[in-house]
Design a protein around this ligand. Sequence first.
Ligand code: PLP
Length: 365
Amino acid sequence: MRLVSTLRTPAVIVQRPVVARNLTRMADRAQARGLALTPHIKTHKNSGLARWQVESGAAGIMVSKLGEAAAMLAGGLPHQFIGYPLIGPQQEARLAALVAQGLKPRVAVDSEEGVVLVEHVSAGTGVTIPVMVEVDTGFHRCGLEDVDAVRRLAEFARTRGIPVQGITCFGGHISHRSDPAEIIRLVQAESEILARMRDSLERAGFADLVVSEGGTVPAGYLDAVTAATEIRPGTYIFNDVAIVKAGAATWDDCAAQVLAEVVSTPAATRAVIDAGSKTLAGDGPIDESFGYIVERPDLKIERISEEHGVVVRRDGGPTGLKVGDRVHVVPNHVCTMINLHDQVVLADGDTIVGTLAIEARGTVR
Ligand SMILES: Cc1ncc(COP(=O)(O)O)c(C=O)c1O
């Protein structure tokens, strides 16, 4: 039996019982409210975990890039919501090839170019591909903000024979907040925008619309989610510092942690661990730290370089750490952390139960 405590560091450890609890809780929550659950797999990029999500109640999965779509299709997951805008002849050819291999996608669009791409692929493959019109609920990334522009794009799709399955949004402006009252207010505002968009499409003759909302933080405040028929959390499978700070999970729910070792204690007030931006990712700092040190919340990772994390005590006192000590670090942003690793260790407490290949790691195309 191999033990986590004997691993070489740094290593990413995923606690299987915590994943199981996170998946069941979200599936139960969605089911209790009659919401379809379509998890975003960009958090873990592993088809085994995606299949586990489907087996535990998800209706399908969401991916961003076609590289993720290919990896998940190869892993036996044909039903995918492609959330990233697909533009241009290369993406068109790639999508067509995946559809020919059995992919059953629906595709987010916020432009006529996006609709035309879907039209071409549908015509070329003989497979009907529905679109979801992306709307902007305040994040101001992709998505149309104007209700008439949303209707016009949906009507454009209809005239080209492309089914409009619904509307979709990602409220990223809600994700990095820590005040529950403010989060609830923003989730409610998002619901109102979605309802207005849906009503306008219904008046234009579109029926049975899916109203799709993304994000682990809104999914943690489902009382305020009043217009969605589908939720697409991603981070919830592992959780991270940002999700805990937003009140949508606890430290005990953080399934993916970096096991790191103290490699230097050049001063009593400073220790260095073997995890920097190439292990933890560079997101943050949050609470003045590049990760949460599970065993020692009184410490913070004040600075990171590529392979070093500089640890100090929050009150400036001696760290008490010795060379060779080991700590577990919850990353600030688990999705970018996972994408740095070829594989992670699956564990049940200190017992290693397997490894997970991050199959879609680095698929930015
Ligand atoms: C379009 C879309 N949907 C869903 C999600 C999942 O959100 P989260 O990681 O907060 O769970 C994301 C995250 O970036 C996203 O971009």
